[in-house]
Design a protein around this ligand. Sequence first.
Ligand code: GLN
Length: 480
Amino acid sequence: MDINNLTIETVRTAIAVGKTTATATAEAHYAHIAEKDGEINSYLALSRERALAQAAKVDEMAAKGEALPPLAGVPIGIKDVLAMRGAPATAGSLILKGYRPPYDATTVKRLEAAGAVLLGKLNCDEFAMGSSNENSAYGPVKNPRALDRVPGGSSGGSAAAVAADFAVATLGTDTGGSIRQPAAFCGVVGLLPTYGRVSRYGLIAFASSLDRVGPLTKNVQDAATLLHVLAGHDEMDATSSERPVADYVGALDKPVAGLRIGVPAEYFGDGLDAEIRAATDRVLASLKTAGCIIKPVSLPHTKYAIPTYYVIATAEASSNLSRFDGVRYGLRDSEAKTLSEMFRKTRDAGFGAEVKRRILLGTYALSAGYYDAYYRKAQQVRTLLTRDFLAAFHEVDALVTPMTPTPPFKLGEKTDDPVQMYLEDIYSVAASLAGICGVSVPCGSTKTGLPIGVQIMGGHFEEQTVLRVAQAVEMGQRST
Ligand code: GLN
């Protein structure tokens, strides 16, 4: 079976008409993973038994001629920060080695209820902290489009698996760019749903006010199909929204003519790679040809987005990660003589350098005497950043910007300089802080063949609009 470039629709239809089976599709993916993933390192664990049991169920339905659910037999990989009952959940960390959650994340449950075949757990930066997947305790992931380059992070395994056809689609998480940036680096589509649109239940928390779950796919239509399955209220997540779920797939058929597209000057400043700038300009020109109205806008507080994000995200992380103490999950130092020594030694051995750096930064930002100067101030600036977007969305329907300042960089190139690595997130963290939705769509490549992504951002719960623009961008790419 040729599994290159399979999409949700092609798999589902092939199974429905009896051209293939869910079992054969899953087996073909596992064979491809066995052959090629040794080099890429995208999967940390395979869930063969569960996947094949689900595939058999789908095949039985197809054999009986029953109507198939929307993801029938579609092989999907799950980022290793989401719980799958009985499967390892490491979050890319040593401290969770051996931990197997006794329950499924809501997103995992919803995928399976829609017929998806879940292949396994995907590599990521430790606790989703990173922009290159080099912070994983289980080794870096390579970019399938250029093996000497990073796939982006933290959902590097999720993006690489889609790009390498190790899954038709994957779930990633995005706290400050972790779905969108790796999607851009690997040449796939990555969707950041509005905060509250998709349940976080069963997600190992990094920064709870920022964490979101979303799909990485081979095209925009698959992102819309998956969002439809994933979205909706969940009583297990108090921050999940009760707003009705929109018709995301239907929205793709609406023409973009007449849509107002904002271009924020702050996203085109110093440090933006010339080829990425040119590719973004080409996208804007093609949207104009399609009848969009292109308008310059300003998001004046953008320059504060990175420092604000790195105060809030680390503060929340320092609190969330306090639960990993050797008592309840995974690793435990067995030599320690006292309880506090056990906590200390377990955390020292279990957390990697970047995670420790963030726990220290975050604890400092929350400490008495510094709380007002850092954490409270960051929350105030977060409000200003959000207001920038709300004001812009009075004038325009969506914003188009570069997704990353540079193309995928070389493995090891930025590991010695955390600030350089944080600057990778310059175009992604503002949307994270504001809770708005966004998507990264492939828009060509550099002269040396490295993928480029363009970002489309929309207001809260405006996924139909960003997906509609994304679809137009994707169609523009096909016709050039
Ligand atoms: N690169 C950002 C960070 O390291 C974003 C990570 C994420 O979105 N999970 O915090």
